[in-house]
Design a binder for this molecule. Structure first.
Ligand code: DC
Length: 357
């Protein structure tokens, strides 16, 4: 019970802590396996007017580490931590003042599983990813939408898609919320405005800018919450979630993709021209796979799913089968694997980003 209380206070401290020292302090309390002093946590909570004598690295004799907790205690920790977002304002500072911080933390934490689905435009990965997420009860991240929204917001602000610094600033400040079916930009439903051919091209252009990708990195990682996440894009498995439980590279021939895109556009009431779509897809494939940062490519540890002659159901079932295998393998021997914890340090507070699992 005292450990439980300590963990709860630790979580509260993490959520409110603005100072890395305060986080370290609370973390040390956890690993010491003893209850934090109520005063300590209040001080952590209070932030600015904390008493510097009370919020400090514990004395060396208090520095017990995770291995001093027994299995049952570790399970308690995981249970209390389940799904708790952790925010570290300055990971570099943490790594400097407490070099093994992240390793030690990983001892008591288990990241929620991620299924990373990458692939070229119009491969059907969005449909497959959303269906897999719904089946598993996981959150779904449409990472391409973030690049599309960035392109759209830049266009609306009359900022050129080639102006890296200005577009990155727009990406960093993007006020976006994903709510079930809808995506809101500045509080207004975006709808198909991000799906036009023009914005598709703009998204591909802004996605090639390193500063834009950097600005969107941590926004994507917050989606990794319990019980799990399915993310689709180009760099889910390579950059955003390199430790994903399952990585899938989902593709189809350019002709099949152009035809799917054509049907999709027509069904939405847009006009479309198949040869133009094919040429455009090839151009985007080229740009997405030739760019220097996070190019589209199959990771060595990703499974290849060619959907050229598969139905959506067949593709979904294949991913679910692989997911079941991968999740099975990821279960730790102590059986505590059903308890997950969101272990994604956020470098900066995420403004205006509602995470909707
Ligand atoms: O998946 P999509 O077609 O909605 O993506 C739109 C553009 O964004 C596409 O040109 C590639 C880019 N993108 C990216 O670079 N990285 C991602 N993770 C997702 C999309």
């Amino acid at each position: 019970a005292p450990l439980h209380a300590a963990v709860e206070q630790f979580v509260a401290a993490l959520v409110h802590a603005d100072e890395d020292d305060a986080v370290l302090h609370a973390f040390d309390h956890l690993h010491a396996g003893r209850a934090a002093q109520p005063g300590d946590v209040a001080a952590v909570d209070a932030g600015q007017d904390r008493d510097p004598d009370r919020v400090r690295r514990p004395a060396p004799d208090a520095e017990l580490v995770g291995r001093d907790l027994d299995e049952r205690q570790l399970r308690d920790v995981r249970e209390v931590f389940q799904g708790t977002p952790l925010r570290i304002n300055d990971p570099a500072c943490v790594a400097k003042t407490f070099p093994e911080y992240f390793e030690r933390f990983a001892d008591v934490a288990r990241a929620a599983p991620v299924i990373a689905i990458d692939g070229p435009s119009a491969s059907g990965k969005g449909t497959v990813a959303a269906r897999v997420a719904a089946t598993l009860g996981y959150a779904y991240l449409d990472s391409g939408a973030l690049y599309r929204l960035t392109a759209l917001a830049a266009r609306r602000a009359a900022v050129a898609w080639t102006d890296e610094a200005a577009v990155a600033a727009i990406a960093a400040a993007l006020d976006v919320a994903f709510t079930g079916e809808d995506i809101l930009l500045n509080g207004a439903v975006v709808g198909d405005a991000i799906r036009t051919e023009e914005i598709s091209s703009g998204a591909s252009q802004v996605a090639a800018l390193p500063a834009v990708r950097e600005a969107l990195l941590f926004r994507q990682r917050v989606f990794n919450q319990a019980p799990g996440l399915v993310g689709d894009g180009r760099d889910m498995g390579s950059v955003i979630f390199p430790r994903a439980t399952l990585k899938v590279f989902l593709t189809a021939s350019a002709e099949a993709r152009a035809e799917r895109r054509y049907k999709q556009l027509i069904s939405k009431g847009f006009s479309a021209n198949l040869p133009h779509l094919l040429a455009d897809l090839r151009q985007r494939d080229e740009r997405d796979s030739q760019r220097s940062v996070a190019p589209l490519r199959q990771e060595a540890d990703a499974r290849l799913l060619d959907t050229t002659s598969l139905t959506i159901d067949e593709a979904v079932n294949q991913v679910l089968e692989w997911a079941a295998q991968a999740l099975q393998k990821a279960l730790p021997v102590d059986g505590a694997g059903s308890v997950f914890f969101n272990l994604n340090p956020l470098r900066a507070p995420v403004r205006g980003m509602k995470v909707s699992p």
